[in-house]
Structures are given as structure tokens and as C-alpha cells.
Design a protein around this ligand. Structure first.
Ligand code: AMP
Ligand code: MG
Length: 343
């Protein structure tokens, strides 16, 4: 199959919508990461997503809508707390887990009786869903086990020959996947951190809980409430280690480890901030230490770059695990198998 990449335009969106209606897959921009979209109500189309990604069938998909009115037929109930979160953060980078209706095929929800729903902020994404006239099931448009794509080029690298069309909407603003919040009860729980932060949820609901697996590796026998968390995601080929502590100590420890690795014949690289001085060592930029969103927006591209350059050791500066920083540390932590050195 020939894969076309087209910049977002009215025409390209109409072409993509027609493909979705015909049961085909489309690579689509959103504000979080690029999605691999299919008609959420068409079981055959949804199966193609799992095939194209190489995604395990027990990992459920998020269903995207273009307005809040489209949700009613997809769910059995909307608890009051969920309603408050929708009013506060939609459209935006937040997925709510709700009890699913029979309209949602089992393969979308991987057999669970709940479904993840999101109203994205990206205008291109909403325009595509509206033009298709159907909710769109879309996981991240990477091959399973690769970092989520934040540019159309990343999608092309992973999906060339597997899908007919990628809509190019430029780089994703947020850069990490949506916050996933279990809102089936009256006390929502953050299962996966993202652009809607625990602090933001707390400001609306008065309190917030965050699932314990967000910042720790899974132990054998642990029960996960968010199936995606049990898969090893985003792991670059490089042995990845995170350094956390006072800024000067982190920089010194990274430089020392880098020099050791180099002497041992490895190919080390640093994931570090622009303001920090690592001398002549190879640095892949996480952006500015002063802008919390930079590391989120760049992290996945940095992980891809590590692999492209054939680096064998990656030494990463930690960010503070508050606000969007929690989402960064969750993804970086998983890339590193939560190998975090406290200095
Ligand atoms: P992705 O679309 O690739 O970012 O992955 C979607 C993730 O959302 C899954 O891996 C799950 O962790 C989570 N998710 C989706 N639907 C549900 C659900 N019904 N219950 C719990 N977690 C879900
Ligand atoms: Mg994904």
C-alpha cells in the first residue's frame, strides 16, 4: 500500500473522512501525539489498527469525539464528577474512562465494560471526526513498543506501507499522550498522567488520587487498572538511566557516567536542558529548563533520535514530578525501566 502524507486542509480532511467511513485507517494529528484513527463503531476497521500497530488485543483504544453531545450513545452513565472534568478540561488532553454502551465493539475496549473517551483540542482532529460523522478510535500511531509519534514524519517512519493517508498538522503541542482518568465512580483516579495535571484535577474536584503504578515498575502479580501500563513502552535501544537531585550534582554525575561509558567503548548521549553545561559531550536537547512543557513536547523525538544515532547509553536529567513534569517522569521512567539514580 502506498502511504500519502498531506498537510491539513479542508480537502485533505474530507479525503481522510471518506477513508474513515470506508473502514480504512488514517494517521491524524492531535494536540497530544499523532493518532491512528478508524471508525470506532466498525469492528473490522478497528481490527486493522491492532494489525498495523502490532498492538496486543488486550490493550484498549481511546474513542475520540468532536463534541460532548456525541458521547451519550457511547456510554451507560456520566457520573457527576466526570461531568465536572468534561466541563473544565474538554476539549483537551484528557481521556475519561466511563461505563461503555453496547454501541462500542468489544475489540475497542479489549473486552472491558468501560471505554476511554476524549474530546481533543486539536481543530484538525475535531474537523476530521465531524466530517467522518463517526467517533474515531485512535491509539498513538507508532508501531507497538516504539515512542509515540509527535510529527507526521514519525508516523511515516512507523506506518509507511501500512496505511493509505497521514494528515500532517505539524508538531504536537503537548507531546505526551492524554491523561487517562478513571471516572466510572464519584472519586476519579488518574491512571496515566498527561497534559491535564493532578493539580488541575484537584482544583476542580477538591482532591485527586493518582494510581500507584504511575511512578513505579510493575511487580509480578500486580493488577493494573490501565492495561497499557503493563507493556514496556518507549524503550530506546540505549541503556537509559535518569539522574535526579540538585542541579549541579546531577550535571556532575551525568558527566562522570558519560566519561566512564565512553572509556568503556560505549556510545553515550545526554538528554539535557539547554541552560546546562555538559562541555563537549553529546547532548540531545530537552529544551529549556525554564519551560515545563518543553521536555514533554520533545521527549519522544529525543528517544527516537537516540535510536537513529545508534547511541548505546542514554543519561537523562530528571524533571520535577509536578504539573506536566509527572507525565514526563512517567514516560522517561518507563523508557529507563525506572532506573533512577538519586544524587
Ligand atoms: P494509547 O491510545 O496508545 O495512548 O493507549 C490508550 C491507553 O489508555 C491504554 O493503553 C490504556 O492504558 C488506557 N485505556 C484505554 N481504555 C481504557 C479503559 N477502558 N480502561 C482503562 N484504561 C484504558
Ligand atoms: Mg500508545
Amino acid at each position: 500500500m502506498h502511504t500519502q502524507v498531506k498537510p491539513v486542509s479542508m480537502e485533505a480532511i474530507e479525503e481522510a473522512a471518506e477513508l474513515i467511513r470506508k473502514g480504512e485507517l488514517v494517521g491524524m494529528p492531535t494536540e497530544t501525539v499523532y493518532g491512528l484513527g478508524a471508525n470506532a463503531l466498525d469492528e473490522q476497521a478497528v481490527r486493522k489498527i491492532f494489525e498495523a500497530k502490532g498492538r496486543p488485543g488486550d490493550n484498549p483504544l481511546i474513542v475520540h469525539v468532536s463534541s460532548i453531545d456525541e458521547i451519550a450513545p457511547l456510554v451507560r452513565a456520566i457520573p457527576a464528577a466526570a461531568r465536572k472534568l468534561m466541563d473544565a478540561f474538554w476539549p483537551g488532553p484528557m481521556t475519561l474512562i466511563l461505563p461503555k454502551s453496547d454501541r462500542i465493539p468489544d475489540c475497542v475496549s479489549a473486552g472491558l465494560d468501560t471505554v476511554g473517551i476524549r474530546l481533543p483540542a486539536s481543530e484538525a482532529a475535531r474537523a476530521l471526526i465531524a466530517a467522518a460523522g463517526r467517533p474515531i478510535a485512535a491509539p498513538s500511531a507508532n508501531r507497538s513498543g516504539k515512542p509515540s509519534p509527535t510529527t507526521a514524519q514519525h508516523v511515516f517512519e512507523d506506518m509507511d506501507g501500512r496505511i493509505p493517508l497521514i494528515l500532517d498538522g505539524g508538531s504536537c503541542e503537548v507531546g505526551v499522550e492524554s491523561s487517562v482518568i478513571d471516572a466510572t465512580g464519584e472519586r476519579p483516579v488518574i491512571l496515566r498522567p498527561g497534559g491535564v495535571t493532578p493539580e488541575m484535577v484537584e482544583a476542580v474536584l477538591g482532591s485527586v488520587s493518582v494510581d500507584e503504578h504511575v511512578m513505579s515498575p510493575l511487580a509480578e502479580g500486580d493488577i493494573v487498572r490501565s492495561p497499557g501500563m503493563k507493556y514496556k513502552h518507549y524503550a530506546p535501544a540505549a541503556k537509559t538511566v535518569i539522574f535526579d537531585g540538585a542541579q549541579e550534582d546531577v550535571i556532575a554525575a551525568i558527566c562522570a557516567r558519560y566519561d566512564e561509558a565512553l572509556a568503556a567503548g560505549e556510545r553515550p548521549a545526554i538528554l539535557g536542558f539547554d541552560e546546562h553545561d555538559f562541555g563537549e559531550r553529546t547532548v540531545i536537547s530537552l529544551g529549556s529548563a525554564c519551560h515545563a512543557g518543553d521536555a514533554a513536547a520533545r521527549l519522544f523525538a529525543c528517544l527516537r533520535e537516540l535510536d537513529e544515532r545508534g547511541e548505546t547509553v542514554a543519561l537523562c536529567e530528571a524533571v520535577e514530578a509536578t504539573g506536566i513534569g509527572l507525565a514526563v517522569m512517567n514516560r522517561m521512567g518507563r523508557a529507563a525501566g525506572f532506573d533512577i539514580v538519586r544524587v
